[in-house]
Design a protein around this ligand. Structure first.
Ligand code: AMP
Length: 464
């Protein structure tokens, strides 16, 4: 299929060709015709699948009759509203709207928090057809009467799962109440929880369901690996992996904002070019960190889950989980930064004994065991840079726990009955059909072995 088969108007086809896209991605092939037919959409797709163009191209086409070059604000009313959870994603989507709409006389702007409202107010007052916004800042502008949403024809909720995770549901409800009831609504989400389904039921009318990746499944192109390592040895192992594998661009995840800066600083001390991105940094600092990383001025970007949400970096080859996230869905989001647009990527997790429980949850969600890797020819202890005692005393990890006397033994790869633990988990047909929220205990791979058991997590009552 080519873009020409999708009945896109020449102005949009030209913009797509300018970007060098030759054929639509699967989500684009499905979403574009449905949106053009003015259908509501429930799209299950991760970032990296081309979903932004999937909704932006047809949206531009539907609004193209409104294109005009009049300077009068009255001739430029908000017709499409795109809501995103984070500033970074809002900025990226806004860039895409401008890129794909560059041959059309439609105006667009973006509003998000953390920056001066005045320039945003000015742009809104001058009039736009397409508004990209984060929910809180949009409501600020509504309150100040710098924007009216009464003529919105198309609403897009991008990364709806993350919006709910971030507590935006009340704001979304307020915004929905400001929109005309008669409108087209598109909801995109990487995962579909019960809350998302509830929201979809409220805001979508007979939606077309578009699913391009397995539910709650990360891109198959990603190679997942786990290194079992003590917390205190993680930094040495990280530096070793970056150096020995000659990584040029790697996104590293930590859980806490304060650990972002700390790890970036420590890596710099180790001679690795690193920068940090988290929500306590100013918007300018975040943009600079992202630009440095994208343009290759820094090798490592250390990020928290929230700050990294929606970051689009073409061909990002490595994501490293320095710490596992507390929710397995965040693992899926994190590794969605790599393995994009048909390219392979590696998702490497450094897992301490304390994090084994989180790893089990992730493997349950992925419905497979992640292979354990050894650091060939490397003892992390030896590569660990000696740190002054004082510094260690000054910066104790808040969640520091007594170090286990010995590293816990790795789970066996091949069981006594010949079962190979390192092989991907194969669900039984009933497990495969089960909803993503199903209790893991009912997932029975190969006979009656629960996934947790495969990973060494036998409870006494399960040992039969
Ligand atoms: P998204 O999932 O919207 O974040 O897009 C991921 C990446 O894929 C972006 O860098 C887009 O520029 C790129 N992209 C989108 N559509 C296509 C296409 N049809 N062909 C090649 N690349 C694309």
């Amino acid at each position: 299929m080519s873009f020409a088969d999708l009945n896109l108007i020449p102005e949009i086809q030209r913009a797509v060709a300018d970007e060098g896209y030759t054929e639509p991605t699967p989500i684009q092939a499905k979403a574009i015709p449905a949106v053009l037919e003015r259908r509501d959409i429930m799209g299950c797709a991760q970032t990296g699948t081309g979903k932004t163009a999937g909704f932006t191209l047809p949206l531009l086409q539907l609004l193209s009759p409104y294109a005009n070059s009049s300077p009068s604000p009255a001739r430029h009313t908000v017709r499409a509203l795109i809501l995103t959870p984070t500033r970074e994603l809002a900025a990226q989507v806004s860039d895409s709207v401008k890129t794909y709409g560059k041959h059309l006389k439609l105006r667009s702007t973006v509003v998000y928090g953390g920056v001066d409202m005045l320039p945003q107010t000015k742009a809104l007052r001058e009039g736009v057809e397409i508004l990209v916004a984060t929910p809180g800042r949009l409501l600020d502008h509504v309150q100040q009467k710098s924007v009216s949403l009464g003529q919105v024809e198309i609403l897009v909720l991008d990364e709806a799962d993350r919006m709910l995770d971030m507590g935006f549901l009340p704001d979304i409800r307020r915004i929905l109440a400001l929109l005309p009831a008669q409108r087209q609504s598109l909801l995109f989400s990487a995962t579909f929880s019960e809350d998302i389904k509830k929201l979809a039921n409220q805001m979508l009318r007979s939606p077309t369901l578009i699913e391009v990746a397995r539910r709650n499944a990360p891109a198959d192109l990603v190679d997942h690996q786990v290194y079992e390592v003590e917390t205190t040895r993680k930094r040495a192992l990280l530096a070793h992996l970056i150096r020995s594998r000659d990584m040029k661009q790697v996104l590293v995840f930590v859980r806490m904002k304060r650990d972002c800066n700390k790890l970036a600083r420590e890596l710099v001390r180790d001679g690795i070019n690193a920068t940090a991105i988290h929500s306590d940094r100013t918007q300018g600092e975040r943009e600079q960190a992202l630009a440095d990383f994208k343009e290759g001025r820094s090798t490592v970007l250390v990020a928290t889950d929230i700050a990294a949400r929606g970051i689009d970096i073409a061909e990002l080859p490595f994501v490293i989980n320095y710490e596992l996230p507390y929710t397995p869905e965040d693992y899926v989001h994190r590794i969605g930064r790599t393995g994009r647009a048909g390219l392979t990527g590696e998702a490497i997790s450094l897992v301490s004994a304390e994090e084994n429980r989180l790893l089990v949850e992730i493997e349950k969600l992925l419905k497979r065991a992640i292979p354990r890797k050894d650091v060939e020819g490397n003892d992390p202890e030896q590569t660990r840079e000696r740190r002054p005692r004082r510094e260690v005393a000054e910066e104790p990890a808040a969640d520091a726990k007594p170090r286990p006397a010995r590293r816990p033994p790795a789970p066996p790869r091949v069981a006594s009955d010949g079962f190979d633990f390192s092989k991907p988990y194969e669900p039984t047909p009933s497990a495969a059909a089960a909803p993503a929220t199903e209790k893991p205990a009912s997932i029975k791979p190969r006979g009656s072995r629960p996934t947790a058991a495969l990973l060494g997590g036998f409870a006494a009552k399960d040992r039969k």
